[in-house]
Design a protein around this ligand. Sequence first.
Ligand code: F6R
Length: 636
Amino acid sequence: MCGIIGYIGGQPALEVALAGLRRLEYRGYDSAGVAVVVDGGLHTLRRAGKLANLEKALAESATSPRGTVGIGHTRWATHGGPTDTNAHPHTDCTGAIAVIHNGIIENFASLRAGLERDGHELASETDTEIVAHLLEDELAAVSAPDGTAGAGAAEGAETAGASRLTEAFRRVCRRLEGAFTLVVVHRDHPDVVVGARRNSPLVVGVGADETFLASDVAAFIAHTRSAVEIGQDQIVEARRDGVTITDFAGNPVEGRPYHVDWDASAAEKGGHPYFMLKEISEQPTALADTLRGRLSNDAEIVLDEERLSAQDFRDVDKVFIVACGTAYHAGLIAKYAIEHWTRLPCEVEMASEFRYRDPVLDRSTLVVAISQSGETLDTLMAVKHAREQKARVLAICNTNGSTIPRESDAVLYTRCGPEVGVASTKTFLGQVAACLLVGLYLAQVRGVLYGDEVARYVEKLQAMPALVRQTLATIEPMRALARTLADARAVLFLGRHVGYPVALEGALKLKELAYMHAEGFPAGELKHGPIALVEEGLPVVVVVPSPRGRSHLHSKIVSNIQEVRARGARTIVIAEEGDTVVEPYAEHLIRVPATPTLFAPLVTTLPLQVFACELALARGLDVDQPRNLAKSVTVE
Ligand code: F6R
C-alpha cells in the first residue's frame, strides 16, 4: 500500500513527484524517495521516515535535479524495515534503472537467489530490488543481437530503445508472482516512463504534453482530471504525448478513459487541522451524495454499473457480505436490514478469512464486497474466490476505477469523495447507506417490499443527512468529555442489535487512533466473561437502542448499564432525544436525534468517531496517520 507517482512532461519532475507524494502519503509513510532522469544520469534520493525527511535532505543537498522525467514513492514497509536502504526507488547494478513498487512479490526469494548466483549485488532486504536487477538482465537479453526487440526494432533509435525497455519489462512482469504496481525509469531512455500492474492499483493521468502514472488520481488532480484505467496484468508505456498499453504478452489493449470528478481542493484539509476532522464534518454531504439520485421514477433503486439482471437478484437465495475493518462493521449493520427486509439469510465475513474456510457458494449466492479503497487485497481475493465459485458479486466502493468494482458483477459507489485520514469516517456512513439501498433493492426485485414501501424508506433515508448534521452540531460535550479521558487505560463499548456493530466500530476507532485497549461487546454477552474487565473508573460507552423501536431491548440494555455501574464503571451513554429512562444511569449522557431503528448507526457512530479522534489528539497523536497503518491495504 505504498504511494507511487511517475511523471514525464515539461515541468520539473522532482516538484511534480513531491507534490504528488504529499497527496499520496496516506498510503504509507515510513520512508520516501525520488529518482529523476537528468542528462543521461539518474539522480536518486531516499530517506526513512515521513516525506518531510526526504524534503529536508533534498533542501540540504548541493544539487537539485532539474529533469522532467522522474518517479516518487512513499512506502509502507513489507519486506525489510523502514530504513534509507530499503526505501524506494531501487536501482540495478549499473545504476541505470530505478524502480518503485507497491505490493508483494511472492516469489522474490527464489528470484533473488538466482540473481545472486548470477553475480548481482542486492543492497536492500526488499522484494522490489530484484525487479531492477531482473530488468537489467532482460534488457541485456533483448538488446543482444539475437534478442527480440519487438516492434520497435524497425523504428527510430529512441523509439526502438523505449520498446526494448518495455519488452524487457514485460518479460520481467511475466516472471513475477503476487501483487505489484511497478513504475520504472531508465537513464538512457528519457522519453518514457514504464508501469505495470497486477492486483494493485495504477492509473494514468493525461495532461497537455505531460503524462502521469500514479497509485491514485489524488497524485495528479492538480494537473489534470483526464485519467485512463490500467487493467489487470497490463503494461503502460507513458510518453509526453500519451500512452501505449499492452498486456503482459505484448498484445495492444485499449485503456478506459474517464473524467475525475474530484478537484484538488477536495483533497485538502479545508481549514481543519486534520483530514479526519474535515472528513467527520463532511458526513452530511457524503451521505446525501451517496443517496442522491438512487431512486428512479419507478421507485427502483439504481445501481451504478450493473452487469446483473433483476432476474439474477431474484434468483439469490443467500447473501454473504465480505469486508475488512470498518467496512466489515458496515456489513454487520447491513445484515440486520437485509434479513429484516428480504427474509434472505445473510452472513457477514471478514474478507481475510472468507476464502480459507471454503464457504458454500453457488450461482444463487450474492456476495456483497464493501471497500472504501476498492484495493484491499483481502477483499479483492474474497471477490475472486466468490466469482470462481460462480457467485454473483456486488461491490460497494468509494473509488471509481479501482480494482474491486472492476472484478465484480455490479457496483454501487458511495460518493463520499476522497478520504485521506487513515481512519474511515465519512465512508463508513456511505457504506452503511449503500448497504441499506442494496437491502431495499433486493427486497424490491424479489417482491418482498412494494415500490411505495421502498420509496417511503428511501424518503426516510434522505432525511438522515439533516439528522447527521444536527448530531455533529451538538457533539461538543463528547469532545470535552474525551479530552478528560486521555489518561484512561482502556475503554469498553457496549451495544445491542445495530448498536453492537457501532460499539465494535467505536472500539476500533479508539484502538487505531489513541493506541488504547478498547473492546466492543454485545451488551448481553458481557455477563458471560467480559464483565470481569470492569473495574472502578473504567469508562464504558453504551449505545442505547431507541425505546420506541425495540422496547424490550431498551429495557435490557438499561439493566446492562446498571450492571457495569454497580461495578464502578463510568457510564457514557449514547441515547436518543426524549429517552428519559436512561438518565439516572448515565454519568455522561450524549444525545442523538431519534431515527428509524435500522438507520440509527448513521447517527450513533458519530459521537464515537469524535470521542476517538479527540482522545487521540489529547494524547498528542497524529490522527491522520496513526502508527503502523496505511489507508489502502494492498497486501494479504
Ligand atoms: C479503520 C479503517 C480500516 C478499513 C479497512 C478496509 O478506520 O479504515 O479498518 O476499513 O482497512 O479498507 P477498505 O474499505 O478500503 O477496503
